[in-house]
Design a protein around this ligand. Structure first.
Ligand code: PEP
Ligand code: MN
Length: 366
């Protein structure tokens, strides 16, 4: 059961409702606060055996806007009524929500200082303040390049600061990596921000999910599990929110099946509206790991561009996309990387599709 308070409710009133909830045997009240699209939202979640708890007891309070019994397990990130507001958040001067567009273009795996510099210089020229930089790489084979790890963080962060990059999406595969990132950022004087990425292979690494949920400093980019149901991925993302951190973006990155061939994965951006409808999260798409190939369509646009369009025209507001100044020497996923001279065209394409989406929504379906 979720009790939603009227906006602007005071702490003493909330505390008295918490005490009232505590009187029911077997019920654990949990208080959550987060930014919605229009206002700050305060919710009291009654967890446990709530069958015997009458909704009237809370609905009748002047401070309570409404009470809903929830049927999904992902109660916090879930959107239980059509008018449930989506989560929004601001991080390091960048706003994340369903009304924005952020392209996180960058290196799948950090290799040299020169490549980072070239990448970030190209982003700065386009007015882009977000990038992806992989330092910790989860690889299928233990003999493949595992990423430069903590060693590259000082120069990634220093260069990000120099080029005005505000948020770097960076995968972590162990809670220790979060500490290493905090340390490196502090040592560099906090020149940039980091969005912690949970990769598809760790989508159900519950201890890692709890660890990124228990910290409030960094937002989290959660990638759907490539071989589990969407519902299971929602429950996994709920681990992050339920441990205290609602600043989550949900990323679609394709699912594993030979039916996606000749692409690396089956592009699953038809699920964008599903995620927007069933959860309160905003959606990122990763066309690089979905398509995973350098194919170009007969219209002259790479398949990766087309996938970007498919995600944005459905309402995604963030794109995670691989670039490399020299894909032929990239240490990870070179074949799917776009080239730096393609960045202006990708940005133009993405901005135009987003604007078209907004126009089409305004026109409606009637
Ligand atoms: C990545 O973004 O570099 C990555 C490894 O992606 P995924 O977890 O989607 O495979
Ligand atoms: Mn990759």
């Amino acid at each position: 059961m979720i009790v939603t308070f009227e906006p602007g409710v005071d702490d003493a009133t909330v505390a008295s409702v918490v005490r009232q909830a505590e009187r029911y045997p077997g019920v654990r009240p949990q208080l959550h606060r987060f930014d919605g699209e229009r206002e700050r939202i305060t919710e009291l979640h009654l967890v446990g055996d709530t069958h015997a708890v009458p909704t009237d007891d809370f609905e009748s309070l002047a401070s309570v806007r409404r009470v809903v019994r929830v049927s999904t397990k992902y109660r916090l990130i879930g959107r239980h009524r059509p008018d449930d507001e989506a989560f929004t958040f601001d991080y390091n001067g960048v706003h994340f929500g369903r009304d924005t567009l952020h392209v996180f273009a960058g290196l799948c795996a950090v290799d040299t200082r020169e490549h980072i510099d070239a990448m970030m210089r190209a982003l700065a020229a386009e007015g882009v303040v977000t990038t992806r930089m992989g330092a910790y790489k989860p690889r299928t084979s233990p003999y493949d390049f595992q990423g430069l790890g903590a060693a590259c963080l000082p120069w990634v962060f220093e260069l990000a600061g120099r080029h005005g990059i505000k948020v770097v999406a960076m995968e972590v595969t162990h809670a220790r990596h979060v500490e290493e990132i905090v340390e490196a950022l502090e040592r560099a004087g906090d020149p940039t921000g980091v969005m912690l990425q949970i990769g598809t292979r760790n989508a159900q690494n519950f201890e890692l999910l709890k660890a990124v949920g228990q910290q409030a400093r960094f937002p989290v980019l959660f990638k759907r599990g490539m071989g589990i149901s969407l519902e299971e991925s929602f429950n996994a993302a709920e681990y992050v929110a339920s441990h205290g951190n609602p600043n989550i973006v949900f990323c679609l990155r394709g699912v594993k099946t030979h039916l996606g061939e000749p692409h690396r994965n089956l592009v699953d951006f038809g699920h964008v509206p599903v995620v927007l409808r069933q959860t309160r999260l905003s959606v990122c798409i990763d066309p690089s790991h979905s398509v995973g190939r350098p194919y170009v369509a007969p219209d002259g646009l790479p398949d990766v561009f087309h996938a970007v369009g498919q995600g944005l025209i459905a309402g995604a507001t963030m794109v995670l996309v691989d670039f490399h100044p020299h894909p032929e020497v990239a240490l990870c996923d070179g074949p799917q990387a776009l080239l730096l001279p393609q960045l202006p065209a990708l940005m133009r394409y993405a901005r135009k599709v987003r604007a078209t989406y907004e126009e089409l929504v305004a026109l409606g379906a009637g």
